[in-house]
Design a protein around this ligand. Structure first.
Ligand SMILES: [Zn+2]
Length: 255
């Protein structure tokens, strides 16, 4: 049976101005770094792999300069491998890993999935291969450049061909960002990734300060808002501390 589980893969403390640049003065707030397990009858799927476990003890050593922007509030056990272990699963049980994009808090655990097929948009992989561009958009090869089975998808992609799990492009935060539409019974759940950090960003049509293409990110945000407001989809925002408190987490299903 297809179920969706939200798994905490750590927490980071940021200045809220990074999320809401319209604030006069930001304050420190702690955001969740989620990963999701989707149990499709034809195979298990993981959406995003969180921050690499080395960053729990040594954020600067693992992540470099970017670690100066936040304080890690992640505890041991809050990373993808332990989360899967709680389900009695190992990476060998995961058919597909989806990377919404290649930022450190979404693909840090990729290296632990050598036998899974990793689904990433063609534009994202293109940016990752270009040394100048990847630096500009904040990708670190340590996170994704391993001997892994990447499959590049271009635009919409129906993972099992039955309409249950459909990737769709939401470029703009990064060159090849993608989100996932999940059909569970009559319900549609959308995992936005960083195409929309929080409900506030969607309600106020407010971009965060991190994007690779402003116009494209506005278009993607609009597309996600239409799914919510015109089609009744449940939106799971990328890093929303308020929503995180309200939704169920593993072992309880989200949908
Ligand atoms: Zn991101």
């Amino acid at each position: 049976m297809l179920q969706v589980f939200s798994m905490p893969c750590g927490f980071l403390e940021f200045n809220s101005k990074l999320f809401f640049p319209n604030l006069e003065k930001g304050e420190l707030f702690t955001i969740p770094v989620p990963s999701y397990l989707l149990t499709h009858p034809k195979g298990n799927v993981v959406f995003d792999t969180g921050v690499h476990c080395q960053a729990i003890d040594d954020p600067v050593g693992r992540l470099g300069e970017i670690a100066k922007l936040f304080v890690s509030r992640t505890k041991p056990g809050e990373e993808i491998m332990t989360q899967l272990k709680n389900f009695k699963l190992t990476p060998n049980d995961i058919s597909y890993v989806i990377n919404s994009h290649f930022h450190f808090d979404h693909c840090g655990g990729n290296e632990f999935f050598p036998s899974s097929t990793i689904l990433v948009q063609k534009n994202e992989m293109g940016a990752a291969r270009d040394p100048e561009l990847r630096k500009k958009v904040g990708f670190d090869p340590k996170d994704f450049d391993h001997k892994l089975n990447y499959r590049e998808v271009d635009g919409e992609y129906d993972i099992f061909g039955d309409g249950a799990l459909v990737l769709f492009p939401t470029h703009g935060h990064t060159p090849g960002h993608q989100s996932l539409r999940v059909r569970v019974g009559k319900e549609t759940v959308v995992l936005t990734g960083d195409a929309c950090y929080t409900k506030i960003n969607m309600d106020q049509d407010l971009l965060p300060s991190v994007f690779s293409d402003k116009d494209e990110m506005y278009r993607s945000l609009g597309k996600l808002r239409d799914l919510r407001d015109k089609q009744g989809a449940t939106i799971i925002y990328g890093h929303d501390p308020q929503q995180w408190k309200e939704i169920p987490h593993a072992p309880e299903p989200l949908a």
